[in-house]
Ligand binder design. Structure first.
Ligand code: NAI
Ligand code: MG
Length: 370
């Protein structure tokens, strides 16, 4: 993106809202912002204006809410949102998540949660016989309704007859748009598609999901596709991960299977995600999948790789997929060396040392002399 000022082309900055959050959230987002500035220093066509918004547990304890009443209007002015992680024992988790993360995902119609499950070179999988070419899939998780709609009741609370009723909402529009998004992605990447459901037991929501999958599939007969029951999918992900390409799943099933995927692909330190608003009416949000990790917060030992991958996904969304690839290449260069490694990968290096190495790898490959 450039603007003509006199005879020189000057890049117009992308405006990025950064929500560092709690715990290791600020530690990894600091490093992600350093990486972002490295990208802009290496690419004359790119510049970023980063604004940090302190909407976290401290903010909640002072003001009784996770973000200001006009928080979504403030965020709307940005090109993208980058989130660290929220979670602090002084604030109930369901309050922090609902008032910030779910409020943004739902308020900005970010109905696609994109989560790559890909074993990077140099990362370790617990599946001994599998390699980087076997573990390479991408999840399209429904992000706006389904089992996490938040609808339900508790009757006869505190009595012997207490009954919780948690309602899943599956709308034709909601299911169709996410399956269509997944088919488009599979077609553009020339990969097979798996649709995950449980139509044999969930006789309303599962059946509707499968019916819509069959309808949409008729428009994508060039894409090899199959329907898997969620329990069978968990089994196959471990036994034959190479079977999977683009995987579309409801909110709950996608949540669970992507954590299984994170374990297969080297751990939470690598898991990144994008909450996409495909219509582009609102900004999308990029985040590492992990939480605020209070057990290691403040000790400079958080693995920043997931945040770097999330920066890469943001670059793709802004229109620069080459930069996601370059960031991933730099991560792999660092992982293939014996050091630096954060303690979750068996090393003793700090978050900053790992960042320095990734930045060096990017600069040595894409710096001015190349
Ligand atoms: P967690 O992801 O914060 O931590 C789980 C385990 O993984 C911990 O042992 C932690 O030290 C380790 N870990 C996580 N990320 C790591 C990293 N980058 N480098 C090295 N080790 C890492 O999940 P947990 O403990 O269940 O939740 C802690 C808090 O985070 C809770 O308040 C929870 O609600 C919140 N949370 C927030 C999320 C978000 O903001 N998107 C997502 C998940 C949890
Ligand atoms: Mg999860």
């Amino acid at each position: 993106m450039t603007v003509d000022i006199g005879e020189k082309l000057t890049p117009l900055p992308y405006r990025i809202a950064v929500l560092p959050g709690d715990g290791i959230g600020p530690e990894v987002t600091n490093e992600a912002v350093r990486l972002l500035h490295t990208v802009s220093s290496l690419d004359p066509a790119l510049s970023f204006e980063v604004e940090t918004l302190p909407w976290n547990a401290e903010y909640y304890l002072e003001r009784g809410r996770m973000m200001p009443p006009d928080g979504l209007e403030i965020l709307r002015e940005f090109d993208a949102v980058f989130l660290g992680a929220v979670g602090d024992k002084r604030v109930p988790d369901h309050v922090a998540l609902r008032q910030l993360i779910f409020a943004i995902r739902q308020g900005f119609d970010q109905y696609v949660n994109l989560r790559p499950v890909r074993l990077l070179r140099g990362a370790e999988t617990p599946l001994n016989s599998k390699t980087t070419s076997d573990i390479d899939m991408i999840f399209v998780r429904e992000n706006s309704e389904g089992e996490y709609s938040g609808v339900g009741t508790i009757d006869f609370a505190g009595t012997e007859n207490e009954v919780a009723n948690q309602t899943s909402i599956f709308s034709r529009r909601g299911v169709e748009r996410v399956i269509r998004f997944a088919f488009e992605l599979a077609r553009s990447q020339q990969r097979p598609l798996q649709s995950i459901s449980k139509g044999n037991a969930l006789n309303y929501s599962g059946v509707l999901w499968d019916t819509i999958f069959d309808e949409v599939r008729q428009n994508y007969l060039d894409v090899p596709s199959e329907n898997l029951l969620v329990d069978a999918a968990a089994y196959h992900m471990v036994k034959t991960p190479e079977r999977f390409g683009v995987v579309v799943a409801s909110n709950l099933f996608g949540d669970i299977l992507t954590d299984l995927g994170a374990a297969l692909a080297g751990g939470l330190g690598f898991a990144a995600s994008a909450n996409l608003c495909p219509s582009r009416e609102f900004p999308s949000m990029f985040e590492p999948v992990h939480g605020s990790a209070p057990d290691i917060a403040g000790r400079h030992m958080a693995n920043p790789m997931a945040s770097f991958w999330a920066v890469g996904m943001m670059m793709t969304d802004l229109g620069y997929p080459d930069w996601e690839q370059r960031i991933l290449d730099a991560i792999e260069v660092v992982l293939e060396a014996p050091t630096p490694r954060t303690p979750d990968l068996g090393g003793t290096s700090t978050t900053t040392q790992v960042t320095d190495a990734v930045i060096r790898a990017l600069e040595s490959r894409w710096g001015a002399s190349h």
